[in-house]
Design a protein around this ligand. Structure first.
Ligand code: ADP
Length: 635
């Protein structure tokens, strides 16, 4: 049947080829099959039964890189042949030689053909023996397929597959219907599913229920050929954990450019998100802390340009953050002080040394304040200089205290000198009287002597009081003011102290109103000192009054002493301050009263050390009442 039909289509291609070639060998070069074979893009050649290369097509010449010499080249036209492992195959051991020797086809042995120009080609020879009608071997035909490109493509594919497998990101292939087609190791690591579990499954398995609506949108975009880049979302793992991921999804196209699926790269950004939120948290914390700071805080860049100020500085100056950047903050610094600050800062940044400068700045409410700015260079995490960070402390009160201290020293010298001058004068007077001493004159001088001695005594007690106040001040400052506590009758102490004071007070009556009975446990002398201070102040600051009053009563837990006058009074804003060191109310009327501004400070220290309180109730021009409480039963 087969032989009777000339049809090539009835036979498989290989058999047609063999038949055709056998025919061609008989019919010579003009045979149409031979023409066809010559034109084939696959290398084909024949050998006669002795192995001499007979017929070959141009694809074979191209493959060998040379033209074989008829009657010389045996078995094949190759320059050299090697096994896949690189070992050389001698021509008489080549697949064609084996076919001719053994009279059978040799299939599927890959070889490497080296051309004279050194190029190597991976080839798959298919030598088939040719027999005549009588069954005698008359030669063989060999079709040699160049597989170099395919091999390179296979290798490229293998490399790509290895890259995909070794990626830290999950790389997932899916169809346009969202069915998973590939799944790399990182996908297993990130999502917990193996590739066997996931290939063929819908990708929606990875999407939390509340985000399922994301997928249709993604698929739509892919179908339009769009890429979805760095899409941050949440996915769910095999063990139902929600993880933050960043997705990049690209359409996959076939050779003709048709979109046939999508590749999805998923990066686990849970850690990154955590770091981001940690950074945000720490920024928030920094902001909160810096806003809570009583000092103004600032930061510059490496060029010394301001890049940050905290809320405190913004509140002080009343200028918004944007106004403070670069050198904007200097706008609040008093003109005369600006250059000094700039010079100091320039000097510091040139040497990367501590910066420290005092300047005056205008506060939001129009008040001029003193600021002390201090800053240090800081480095970034890699250790390179990044700028200065520092603070501004409002030192106005400190400056005022310094001023008050200076004033105090001036006044103290004056206050000490005045009684001494007066004493000196009276002593001189007494000496003169003494020098002229006789009975008659002495009698006449008696009133003068008495008055001089009285004045001297007064000035000496004034000096003594001033000196002991100074001593107390230094004791308080060095924390050496000690209390010598004992139990005593408070009413008698008040009585005694007032009696003593009455001796020195001519104008004012000192009234006592006592409803307290019993003992307190305190330093008797120090409480007397407080009382003297309050009463002398009451007398001193109520020159027009005729009396002052001291009232002693019992509170729930404390003895209460009130000293009341109807003098010049104290404005509310000074009620706290008068208990500070060197503080004296400034005003026309006050200036006329001598004083150091330390009496109430010492009194308040003494009372605080007894765990008591000292306060004032007063209004300008309406007299004052000082209230001291002394806790009972503190023994
Ligand atoms: P000073 O030696 O100046 O009196 P103090 O410390 O005793 O110092 O008092 C502080 C300031 O408090 C005084 O300078 C005065 O302005 C004010 N002051 C004290 N007591 C009275 C008072 N009874 N009436 C009015 N002002 C008073």
């Amino acid at each position: 049947m087969e032989n009777s039909s000339p049809s090539y289509t009835a036979l498989p291609f290989k058999e047609q080829l063999v038949n055709g070639l056998s025919q061609a060998l008989v019919n010579g070069n003009a045979d149409p099959v031979l023409q066809m074979i010559r034109a084939l893009p696959v290398a084909i050649y024949t050998c006669d039964k002795n192995g001499y290369v007979q017929l070959y097509n141009s694809a074979a010449v191209e493959l060998w890189g040379r033209e074989p010499q008829p009657g010389i080249d045996l078995w094949c036209g190759s320059f050299k042949i090697f096994n896949k492992d690189g070992s050389e195959i001698t021509l008489d051991e080549c697949p064609m030689a084996i076919t001719l020797r053994e009279g059978k086809a040799v299939e599927g042995e890959e070889v490497i053909i080296e051309r004279p120009d050194g190029r190597r080609i991976n080839a798959l020879p298919h030598p088939i023996p040719l027999f005549d009608d009588a069954g005698n071997l008359k030669g063989a035909v060999n079709m040699v397929v160049d597989i170099t490109k395919k091999k390179a493509a296979d290798e490229k594919l293998a490399t790509l597959a290895a890259i995909v497998q070794s990626s830290d990101d999950a790389i997932i292939g899916k169809t346009l219907e969202g069915i998973i087609t590939s799944w790399n190791d990182a996908a297993t690591r990130i999502f917990g599913y193996s590739s066997e579990e996931m290939i063929g499954q819908p990708v929606t398995l990875l999407i939390p229920p509340d985000r399922l609506n994301e997928e249709p949108g993604i698929l739509e975009r892919l179908k339009r050929g769009e890429k979805v880049e760095h899409f941050n979302t949440v996915r769910i793992t095999r063990d139902k954990r929600l993880i933050d991921i960043s997705l990049t999804i690209s359409p996959i196209r076939d050779e003709k450019g048709h979109i046939i699926g999508a590749s999805k790269i998923a990066r686990d950004i849970t850690k990154q998100k955590k770091t981001e939120s940690d950074i945000k948290d720490s920024e928030l914390l920094f902001k909160t802390i810096s806003s809570a700071s009583p000092a103004a805080l600032w930061m510059t860049d490496a060029n010394g340009q301001n890049v940050f100020v905290n809320e405190t500085w913004i509140n002080w100056t009343g200028k918004p953050f944007d106004h403070q950047l670069t050198d904007g903050w200097l706008g609040s610094v008093v003109q005369e002080d600006r250059n000094r600050v700039i010079e100091k800062f320039t000097e510091s940044i040139q040497n990367l040394k501590q910066f420290r400068s005092e300047f005056r700045f205008l506060r939001n409410d129009g008040e001029l304040r003193w600021g002390l700015s201090e800053g240090y260079p800081y480095n970034d995490s890699s250790g390179s200089f990044s700028g200065y960070a520092g603070s501004v402390t409002d030192i106005t009160d400190l400056k005022k205290l310094e001023q008050r201290k200076d004033d105090f020293i001036k006044m103290a010298s004056h206050e000490l000198k005045t009684p001494i001058t007066s004493i000196k004068g009276y002593v001189q007077l007494l000496l003169n009287i003494y020098d002229e001493l006789n009975e008659e004159k002495l009698q006449a001088a008696r009133p003068t002597v008495k008055s001089a001695l009285h004045t001297i005594s007064k000035q000496v007690s004034k000096l003594t009081r001033l000196i002991s106040e100074l001593l107390d001040l230094s004791k308080i400052e060095s924390a050496k003011l000690e209390l010598n506590k004992s139990e005593f009758d408070l009413a008698s102490l008040v009585e005694e102290t007032v009696q003593d004071l009455r001796q020195t007070t001519l104008r004012h009556a000192i009234l006592i109103n006592n409803s307290f009975e019993g003992h307190v446990y305190a330093d008797r002398d120090r409480i007397a000192q407080v009382l003297v201070n309050l009463l002398t102040n009451a007398i001193k600051y109520s020159p027009a009054a005729e009396s002052v009053e001291v009232k002693v009563s019992r509170g729930a837990q404390a003895a209460i002493i009130r000293v009341k006058d109807s003098g010049i009074g104290i404005d509310k804003k000074d009620h706290q301050k008068i208990f500070e060191r060197f503080y004296r109310v400034e005003g026309k009327s006050e200036q006329t009263y001598p004083g150091f501004g330390i009496g109430l400070f010492i009194a308040s220290e003494i009372i605080q050390r007894h765990n008591g309180t000292i306060t004032v109730e007063s209004e300008k021009g309406k007299g004052s009442e000082f209230i001291v409480t002394l806790p009972l039963n503190l023994r």
